[in-house]
Ligand binder design. Structure first.
Ligand code: NAG
Ligand code: NAG
Length: 394
């Protein structure tokens, strides 16, 4: 009887200890989840050129991130397939940030592959982790696949805008505009120079949409007139402020500060580059919307955009010139996106350089670009000059 009671006691104590442990575990986990409220980390602003007169951008096109470790690679060699997941994409991004040490990273859409994840937020956090942990300022636009899981395009852009070191914006405040992810960023002149408080390089981000049905035909999205209207206005605004820049930089007053644009889906005219001189490879058909909204005309008329950086067609990685404006593919970056087995995933680097005056850095002198391959040495290929301030087409 006595021993029976003792056993019961022991059981009760063990049972209580177990309950306590469970409660404690739940409690600490809940506390861990909610006690350190996460405040967004901001980069040092404004964006500006370095003391050495350069500003470097890493363009990452089509990461196509899924769920992470459980998401397999597509289009790699059979020998590579068993040990290849989204983590290879993560590794590539980390390695490039370390190697190139960029001042800014621009993601040009299809950042996540919605249909391969059941939680868009989780996928975004994982996909962008190398950049949010690096502290390098960055921004993203959406492609046509980002919204294929648990978030709408608006929610995705809002979420992305709240991530650490992100300079992405959902849309310009109080503006009725199509799409989500239309915004502009300014890069100021070198520290201590006369242009230290002026934008010498403008970055335009546009939402090229996902898919639309036009008169019963399914096609890709396109940049709408409301977005082009916004672009013209922002560009004109910069050119108004630009009088100071021209004065200080002693350039012809007609030269607006150069700009670069970033969006996902190519404009229809990019297909014409098939017959023209390009740097890089034209490996597959350009895919674009049946609707041509006149983006090229707008870019020509605003006269400040020197180069446009796009994605969407992963196997194309060329730069070609249309009416004085370069259109450059980033080249497929992510291992879960389609590609070609044996063809290295890749990324583009853009380097902007200031002109050296007598005593200080002046306005923009040159824009260069090259690509990095995810091979053993992260080899650099296809280096070229896109724009120079003295060039007649500039
Ligand atoms: C993916 O990463 C693993 C682990 O580092 C590596 O062994 C493998 O070669 C990578 N695969 C490709 C295609 O780069
Ligand atoms: C830029 O702004 C800072 C802070 O307002 C000021 O101290 C500095 O003199 C300005 N530089 C120029 C070149 O205008």
């Amino acid at each position: 009887m006595e021993s029976h009671r003792a056993v019961n006691w022991k059981h009760s104590i063990l049972y209580l200890a177990f309950i306590y442990a469970v409660l404690r575990l739940v409690h600490t986990n809940l506390l861990l989840d909610e006690s350190p409220i996460h405040h967004k980390k901001w980069p040092h602003l404004p964006l500006r050129f370095r003391h050495d007169g350069t500003f470097k951008i890493l363009q990452v096109a089509d990461m196509h991130f899924g769920a992470g470790l459980t998401t397999r690679c597509r289009d790699v060699l059979p020998s590579q397939f068993p040990y290849c997941t989204d983590l290879n994409t993560t590794r590539f991004l980390k390695a490039l940030i370390q190697l190139e040490n960029p001042d800014f990273v621009a993601f040009t859409g299809d950042n996540i592959f919605g249909s391969s994840t059941s939680d868009a937020a989780e996928s975004l956090l994982k996909a962008f982790r190398p950049v949010t942990e690096s502290g390098v300022p960055w921004a993203a636009v959406l492609g046509n696949h980002d919204q294929e899981s648990t978030m709408t395009r608006e929610e995705l852009m809002f979420f992305i805008s709240l991530m650490d070191y992100s300079l992405s914006q959902t849309n310009p405040p109080s503006e009725d505009i199509d799409g989500f992810g239309n915004y502009d960023l300014s890069v100021y002149g070198a520290p201590g120079s006369r242009l230290a408080n002026s934008s010498v390089l403008n970055l335009f981000f546009l939402d090229s949409g996902d898919r639309e049905t036009v008169q019963g035909v399914r096609t890709y999205g396109w940049i709408k007139e409301s977005q082009l209207r916004w672009l013209r206005r922002v560009s004109q605004g910069h050119q108004g402020q630009n009088q100071d820049v021209c004065h200080a930089a002693k350039t012809r007053p007609a030269d607006p500060s150069p700009a670069l644009a970033f969006f996902h889906i190519p404009i229809p005219e990019v297909r014409q580059l098939y017959n023209q001189k390009i740097v890089g490879q034209f490996r597959e058909a350009v895919t674009y919307s049946l609707v041509n909204p006149g983006v090229l005309n707008t870019l020509v008329s605003i006269n400040d955009v020197k180069a446009v950086f796009i994605g969407h067609d992963h196997n194309n990685d060329f730069c070609g010139n249309l009416e004085g404006i370069w259109f450059c593919y980033g080249g497929g970056f992510g291992y879960h996106g389609y590609g070609r087995a044996g063809l290295h995933r890749r990324a583009r680097v853009i380097l902007a350089e200031l002109r050296k005056g007598d005593k200080e850095w002046m306005g923009l002198e040159r824009i260069k670009t090259w690509k990095r391959l995810d091979d053993e040495n992260l080899n650099k290929i296809d280096e070229q000059v896109l724009w120079e301030s003295s060039s007649p087409t500039g």
